[in-house]
Design a protein around this ligand. Structure first.
Ligand code: GRG
Ligand code: ZN
Length: 317
């Protein structure tokens, strides 16, 4: 088995950041804020965040903020919870949360909570437990959970629980590993994991491991490196990670590397992208692969960053 080609991955991420006119960048233009989070968190986990000019990134992030307080995926685009969390996470990586007007961002987020406790992703109103997670994680980082109705938010998430122990995007929606991460993460952050049947959900999640060692997102589906994050982080949050074969999963992720040009793909035979590079490295971090920073499974940020947010004595926000 090969090793993690750290330097190649660092080079790959920095090159994607520079190639703003590449096919990938054009297709992902509206998601650039998410791309910044994926790329920069990966660099930090690899211990190489210093390779980038933080001032340039921070200035660009602040240009993506809308007058409502929310952030867009790029300059001149519309704000959405998806990009608002990514913007806040990247500022947290650089220890620059103090450039924010935290109350303004928090007001934007809490304004998206609906009467039944659910969240819309933006002013257009689509409702999904993904948005509950985004809102809860972001307000938690900003120390502003008191700005929303946590009890109603938790009850809404609990209403999306299925008989298989998993969670869907709305009540009655099929269980999917991505949605399970969102619901378990939101419940973990709010201290509400008693709503989870840990043995039942743990069983469903560990059955996601297939012969190759990889994990899929639902029964009968193909394995994909991104589920190393969605499934594994959920298993860790409910204390059932020992129910999968960790060594086989490490091998599957390492087999998805482009060992020549860097980057990680969804499956061994596919092309690499920044999204799966992040999930591969974050998955290896959860698996305690040597040389990587530890990542917090609920806030999806390096543990040292999360400790700085919650345990720093003097904070400006
Ligand atoms: C901060 C890590 C982090 C996340 C933010 C946006 C979000 C919160 C979570 C998204 C959760 C989610 C729904 C992930 C699933 C992504 C995915 C691979 C969807 C593909 O689903 P299918 O059904 O593919 O098209 P399969 O793998 O089932 O064939
Ligand atoms: Zn994937």
């Amino acid at each position: 088995m090969g090793e993690l080609v750290v330097d190649k991955h660092v080079k790959y991420i920095l090159s994607v950041e520079k190639r703003k006119d590449s096919f990938e960048s054009v297709v992902l233009e509206h998601l650039r804020m998410n791309g910044a989070y994926w790329g920069l968190t990966t660099l930090d986990l690899l211990g190489k965040l210093g390779a980038l000019d933080s001032n340039e990134v921070i200035q660009w992030i602040m240009k993506c903020q809308h007058e409502s307080g929310g952030f867009a995926g790029n300059i001149g685009h519309d704000p959405h919870l998806l990009y608002t969390l990514s913007a806040v996470q990247v500022l947290a990586l650089f220890d620059k949360l103090n450039v924010l007007d935290a109350d303004k961002v928090a007001n934007y987020i809490s304004g998206l909570q609906n009467e039944d406790g659910s969240f819309s992703g933006d002013e257009w109103g689509e409702v999904d437990t993904r948005f509950s997670y985004l809102a809860i994680c972001c307000l938690s980082i900003l120390h502003r959970l008191d700005k929303m109705n946590v009890e109603k938010a938790v009850n809404y998430i609990a209403s999306c629980k299925n008989v298989d122990g998993g969670f869907g995007c709305t009540p009655g929606g099929e269980s999917h590993a991505g949605q399970i991460f969102c619901c378990v993460g939101a419940l973990a952050i709010t201290g509400s994991l008693h709503h989870v049947d840990k043995d039942l959900l743990g069983w469903w999640l560990c059955e996601r491991q297939v012969k190759s060692g990889g994990l899929n997102g639902r029964p009968e589906k193909l394995p994909d490196v991104c589920y190393s994050w969605w499934v594994l982080s959920s298993l860790i949050m409910i204390d059932r990670v020992h129910w999968i074969d960790k060594d086989k999963l490490v091998k599957f992720i390492l087999n998805c590397q482009d060992t020549e040009n860097g980057g990680i793909s969804d499956r061994p035979e596919d092309a690499v992208d920044v999204f799966h590079t992040y999930f591969g490295v974050a998955g290896l971090s959860l698996l305690e692969y040597p040389g990587l920073k530890a990542i917090d499974p609920a806030h999806a940020l390096p543990v040292d960053v999360v400790n700085r947010i919650f345990f720093q004595k003097y904070t400006n926000i």
